[in-house]
Design a protein around this ligand. Structure first.
Ligand code: CP
Length: 305
């Protein structure tokens, strides 16, 4: 592959290959000097039109750990504020001789669009409510560290499904690896596409937690709700109906808790759940650096490490 636009384009073998390479880079992260100069001759632009903490910083860290030249673009301090179009922006950046672009944008399809504007490799770091493939790959990698074989494992994804790009990429990846996926949340946040992608739907948190090996909570995306419409259920009702509690952890002692972040503490889960030893939320973030190193390495033309 030249680009990583979404997991819909990647096969089971492609995904397993990335996860295998990520294991090599994950071991490097535990070394006293966690660096490998494999991208020394590459120049990478991180093009973030939308806010990010984890994805942006972990891409930048991954690039620096591999010795790439890195430039960071964020709209607030750029000529986008003067009205410059996306196409002009990317063509100007491309004229500075770059090899790869990591892009996050609020509109679905922007990474695909960029492939037609420039010759560089494009990596989707989240496009609207469409896909977030590097998040799903780091989630799969984190799950594999608990269950090396994900075939037939039961994975629940709980939360605001309608506005989530993480859910689509995760269902695609998990189904390709043979895992069973149940998506759980309020009817008002449940789009039809999840069943088309091969996931089951549940509206019952107890049934879901009783079934699953891993429960991944997703953020209630207040900023993507339609303006003027009242959130239904309300935040308080959502927490009562779908929030993961310490009582749940006692009742379902084998369930591991994940969340891509940022967590709305007290909404998707009780604060103590996020900080408990059953949560691997911060390990997901550490693993994200290794997974992004593997993706950068492979898309830059690297072969098996
Ligand atoms: N998980 C995730 O994409 O977080 P950021 O929005 O902070 O990058």
């Amino acid at each position: 592959h030249k680009h990583l636009l979404g997991l819909s384009d990647y096969s089971r073998e492609d995904i397993l290959y990335i996860l295998e390479q990520a294991q090599y880079f994950r071991e490097i992260l535990d070394r006293p000097v966690p660096k490998v100069p494999t991208l020394r001759d590459k120049t990478i632009v991180n093009l973030f039109y939308e806010n990010s903490t984890r994805t942006r910083l972990s891409f930048e860290l991954a690039q620096k750990r591999m010795g790439a030249d890195v430039v960071n673009f964020s709209t607030g301090s750029s000529s986008v504020k003067k009205g410059e179009s996306l196409k002009d922006t990317i063509r100007n950046i491309s004229s500075m001789k770059i090899d790869m672009v990591v892009v996050r944008h609020e509109s679905p399809g922007v990474p695909h669009f960029l492939t037609r504007c420039v010759d560089a490799a494009i990596i989707n770091a989240g496009d609207g409510a469409h896909e977030h493939p590097t998040q799903a790959l780091l989630d799969l990698f984190s799950m594999q560290r608990i269950y090396p074989e994900l075939e037939e494992k039961h994975i629940a994804i709980i939360g605001d499904i309608t506005h989530s790009r993480v859910v689509r990429s995760n269902i695609l990846g998990l189904r390709k690896l043979g895992a069973k996926v149940t998506v759980c949340g309020p009817k008002t946040m449940m789009p039809a596409f999840v069943e088309e992608l091969g996931a089951e739907v549940s509206y019952d948190i107890e049934e879901t937690l009783g079934w699953c090996d891993i429960a991944m909570a997703l953020r209630i995306q207040l900023e993507r709700q339609d303006e003027g419409t009242e959130l239904f259920p309300s935040i308080r009702e959502y927490h009562q109906l779908f929030g993961i509690t310490m009582e749940h952890l006692r009742k379902y002692p084998d369930v591991t808790i994940m969340h891509p972040g940022p967590v709305n503490r007290g909404v998707e889960m009780e604060s103590r759940v996020a900080d408990s030893d059953r949560s691997i939320i911060l390990s997901q973030v550490t693993n994200g650096v290794a997974v992004r190193m593997a993706i950068l390495y492979l898309l830059s033309g690297g072969t098996r490490v």
